[in-house]
Design a protein around this ligand. Structure first.
Ligand code: BGC
Ligand code: BGC
Length: 956
């Protein structure tokens, strides 16, 4: 047994201020400006030169066509202009256009500098922030001379110094190198789509100049530099590090609607549109509202549609004709969990309406949510109708869960009461509408009570309507009908701003506890915050529940709770929001009876947590599912029968929680019972064989490519560890709370024989073979067919190794969906010497399907790589985890967020790159920051006291 990292006491720093507020500003060390369209407008000169050439060639060309030329190099522009025509004199044409252009440039003077630029450059100079030009133009120096800015920049990278045009980041990365800063410390200022893409691809902060339709992907967007101070830019960029902005166009893969899910720890709603669109998968869920279903046995019922509004203007319905919507953008503010959409709508040729819709579920009031619609008529007149209500005709991918019990419309208030068909859970919903001056009608259609608000608006007029919603289920012990009516009415009286303010405050408190700051890698910063947001917004704050593998963001895995929660997501909560961790561990404790039923069904004593858990704690893993590749045949799912590491995973989480929080009451009242009864399951399920060892045969470890494994290293070692913890916990209980210990012994039937059995099985657990320091993943693994490394590491591979070989055959190879032995080394590092650890890393890491195997793997692989002293490899793994949801890598985003990956990202930063370790003496860090990361800051609670941690690249 040995540890991999000593405690370099010099390497941790605590600091007094919080890692929030002003000092959390992302460190921007340099600014790189594009030239055309940012500092000066030579676009007009270019346009004229292209136009002249186009006229000479007889090719139609206008300003609209010129828009596509922004930020694009000359040769590529010429190709665009020629549009497939072949010419013999390509180079001559390019030179000719340039001649026309350069001729016109002689007219440039300092008056051609765009407003605000001179002031900003002077401010940056005074602040000692180096500036560079990164422009595709080969005439950059001529332009700078004309503008009188030839000495204003510390570096100029222009079209003559680069080989690839934007969106390739070359021009910016070269500028960063010339300034001596890392890409992540740079801010790129750009007016072109390709330029923003280049900045993002280079891992830089980006400020877009121009309309959202052009530069909306930037971290911050402004119309121009006019009046913009450096302080203001910093604030905007800091906001950008909290905002996910995406075009709100077609979303055929239902990717955006998943990743734009918002929630408040009780209710969550997918980011589908207010008005509803064909092809969307709208859904909203509430913790605890389980209902039965075939195959997957139990799922959360999709709530009656409470967030919708139907909008008409001059008889046209919003969304009916997508071509009449332009400049549509989503923006998700992670600081407040508010999802906003802005768009321009042309309901008819004579009318234009600027529309904004916003929604949030209040983190302050778990039953409350609000939706606001704002309209501004910018052209023509509009007769507007807005229908707002509740709709109980919803389903879970075709399955209906609700019976209507009651509905009403009373003034501006609509109410529904529904009941789940199998479990009989009642849900009361109430929505109060507060429109600006309107004519009001009620529409009490069956299951769809609503209010219709109508207004006639003329050009320049604005109008808004806010919908205050409350939802409560019979899982809560109060009169839900009265309660929802009260909550919605109270919200309506308080108004949007007041509700938004308390929501913001609740989120601020949450972020204060859990935020992580990464300097030097904007993409990593946003990805980590995004992952935190998704988990913080679904961690149950009211219900006796836990977080499912796909959170509350889709129908994937039917909201079932896996080991993902305890091993991947819970550490974030244990370390930063222990109350929520305790609630989720409580979810397991309340379901010990389900686990006891499962243990009994497998012929053992004690408690065996199900592989997939829902309302009752019984196994809800499907047994047969349809094979998407071959719908005529069903696939037998073995995980529910054979995965048995859950008990040890939950025990691990309980003990981690106890060590970090020092919450003895938890261990006394709940943890000890979980740990002892699940230990009994392992002790009575293990089979003593002729070799004198206890075996677990026919199991599945975390690596699901190998079903029916004998003596899986992860399962056996975790179970043996668990069986050693149980007597320690009992001894602690006996010493600290003798009465509770006696009671537990009686209730669980723990006598001396039982305790002896725990110890015997732990000591005689079959241990896997070891070869050259490598632990064999399961019996016979070393003899399986070797991995085809050329195939496995082929960057063009689009199928998982299991998809390539097929479900059965993959098991005969050494390809891994996730690396069990390395997972074990992560959780129980003391089982490996440094040499064994490295031997296992070198053996198993390359055999893992990091790209398309399990989404759970990459974040842990990042930590493993850090511990193996390879932060560069760790960063590659980290980026894979960071993209699990933000990019639809596996093509399954529509099913929901990859919650384990989100939780793993936090662990990768905190336990991996910052190297936080706890032991009985306290905590220490052993940082291994990856290239580009200059600083990581986070906080956690150690035994109830806040610890602020900062590690810097220079500490490593
Ligand atoms: C993984 C499991 C995980 C489950 C739910 C599976 O694909 O192999 O480890 O628990 O997904 O996320
Ligand atoms: C997962 C299993 C899960 C099964 C049924 C598979 O894709 O890998 O962990 O139990 O689906 O939900």
């Amino acid at each position: 047994m040995s540890r991999h990292a000593a405690a370099p006491t010099s390497s941790f720093a605590r600091y007094d201020s919080t890692p929030h507020g002003k000092e959390s500003m992302n460190e921007i060390a340099a600014v790189i400006f594009d030239l055309d369209g940012v500092l000066t407008d030579t676009a007009e000169y270019h346009y004229r030169a292209w136009r002249r050439l186009a006229d000479e060639l007889g090719i139609p060309f206008d300003r609209a066509a010129n828009e596509a030329f922004r930020g694009v190099g000359r040769d590529d522009c010429l190709r665009l202009l020629l549009g497939g025509r072949t010419v013999d004199d390509f180079d001559e044409l390019a030179t000719r256009k340039n001649r026309y252009y350069v001729e016109s440039l002689s007219a440039l003077t300092p008056d051609d500098i765009l407003p605000g630029s001179t002031e900003l450059l002077a401010e940056l100079k005074a602040a000692g922030i180096p500036v560079a030009i990164g422009s595709a133009s080969k005439n950059t120096h001529t332009v700078l001379r004309g503008l009188g800015l030839d000495d204003a920049f510390d570096a100029v990278i222009d079209g003559t110094l680069i080989t690839c045009s934007k969106p390739d980041p070359e021009v910016f990365t070269k500028a960063a190198a010339a300034l001596g800063v890392t890409p992540g410390e740079c801010l790129v200022v750009e007016d072109a789509t390709a330029g923003i893409e280049a900045g993002l691809a280079g891992g830089m902060w980006t400020l877009g100049i121009g309309p959202l339709s052009r530069v909306g992907a930037a971290h911050a967007v402004v119309p121009s530099l006019d009046g913009l101070t450096w302080a203001r830019i910093r604030t905007l960029i800091d906001d950008g590090a909290w905002t996910l902005r995406r075009p709100a166009g077609a979303d055929p893969d239902q990717h955006l609607e998943t990743i734009l899910t918002i929630g408040n720890g009780h209710i969550a709603v997918r980011g589908t549109t207010l008005e509803g669109r064909p092809g969307e998968q709208p859904a909203s869920f509430m913790h605890g509202v389980w209902d039965d279903m075939p195959v997957s046995r139990s799922e959360l019922a999709n709530l009656p549609r409470w967030w919708g509004m139907d909008v008409w203007a001059n008889g046209a319905r919003l969304g009916a004709d997508p071509s009449r919507i332009a400049d549509a953008w989503w923006s998700l503010d992670l600081r407040t969990g508010t999802l906003t959409r802005t768009l321009t709508w042309t309901p008819d040729d004579a009318t234009t309406i600027a529309l904004v819709d916003e929604r949030f579920c209040s983190l302050d009031q778990p039953h409350a949510a609000a939706v606001r619609l704002r309209l501004a008529v910018t052209r023509g007149d509009a007769s507007v109708h807005v229908r707002s209500g509740l709709d109980v005709h919803v389903d879970n991918l075709g399955l209906r869960h609700w019976d209507l019990v009651d509905q009403s419309v009373d003034g501006l208030t609509v109410t529904t009461v529904t009941r789940t068909r199998a479990t009989g859970i009642e849900l009361a919903a109430c929505a109060v509408l507060r429109p600006d001056e309107s004519a009001i009608e009620s529409c009490d259609a069956d299951g769809q009570p609503a209010i219709l608000a109508s207004a006639i608006l003329s050009e320049g007029q604005t109008w808004q309507a806010t919908k205050y919603v409350a939802l409560a289920s019979s899982e809560e012990r109060f009169d839900r009908r009265t309660r929802v009516a009260e909550i919605a009415a109270t919200s309506a009286r308080a108004g949007w701003d007041a509700l938004a303010a308390v929501n913001r405050q609740a989120w601020a408190t949450t972020w204060h506890a859990s935020d992580v700051l990464i300097d030097g890698d904007p993409a990593a910063q946003i990805a980590v915050r995004y992952g935190l947001f998704q988990l913080l917004s679904v961690a149950p704050r009211l219900a006796d529940s836990s977080i499912g593998a796909k959170t509350l963001s889709g129908f994937g895995y039917r909201h079932h709770i896996f080991w993902d929660t305890e091993i991947f997501m819970l550490p974030l909560f244990t370390f930063t929001q222990p109350d929520l961790a305790a609630r989720m561990l409580g979810y397991r404790w309340h379901r010990l009876d389900g686990a006891r039923r499962k243990a009994a069904a497998s012929g053992a004593a004690g408690a065996r947590f199900p592989w997939e858990s829902a309302g009752t704690g019984d196994e809800v893993c499907p047994v047969w599912v349809e094979n998407p590749a071959d719908p005529a045949n069903l696939i037998r799912i073995w995980t529910g029968d054979l995965e048995m590491h859950l008990g040890a995973d939950v025990t691990y989480a309980c003990l981690q929680y106890w060590r970090v929080t020092g919450d003895d009451a938890f261990l006394r009242d709940r943890g000890a019972e979980i740990i002892c009864d699940t230990a009994t399951f392992y002790a009575t399920a293990a089979v003593l064989e002729d070799d004198g060892r206890y075996h677990f045969r026919n199991v599945i470890g975390p690596d699901e490519y190998h079903e029916h494994a004998d003596d899986n290293a992860f399962t056996n070692a975790m179970a043996a560890w668990h069986l050693r913890q149980a007597p320690r916990v009992l001894a602690w209980l006996e010493e600290t709370y003798p009465a509770a210990a006696a009671d537990l012994r009686t209730r669980l039937g723990i006598d001396a024989d039982r305790e002896a059995l725990w110890r015997t099985v732990a000591d005689a657990m079959a241990t896997p073979r070891e070869r050259d320091g490598v632990t064999e993943q399961q019996e016979g693994f070393f003899d399986l067919t070797a991995v085809d490394f050329a195939l496995a590491r082929d960057p063009g591979r689009t199928l998982s190794m299991q998809q390539i070989y097929g479900l059965g055959p993959t098991a005969h190879t050494q390809n891994l969906k996730q690396p069990d032995v390395l997972m074990l080394a992560y959780l129980l590092p003391e089982l490996f010497t440094p040499e064994q650890f490295l031997a296992n890393y070198r053996y198993y890491d390359p055999r893992t399907d990091h790209e398309l195997g399990s989404s759970l793997g990459p974040s842990i692989s990042a930590i493993i790589a850090c511990r193996a002293g390879d932060p560069t490899a760790a960063l590659t793994h980290f980026r894979r985890a960071a993209q699990a949801d933000l990019v639809d890598v596996r093509g399954n985003a529509r099913d929901g967020i990859h919650g384990a990956s989100a939780g793993g990202l936090w662990q990768a930063v905190v336990f991996g790159f910052a190297g936080l370790r706890i032991d009985d003496d306290g905590w220490h860090t052993a940082p291994a920051l990856p290239p580009g990361w200059t600083r990581v800051a986070f906080s956690f609670l150690w035994r109830g006291e806040r610890q602020d941690v900062v590690v810097r690249a220079s500490d490593a």
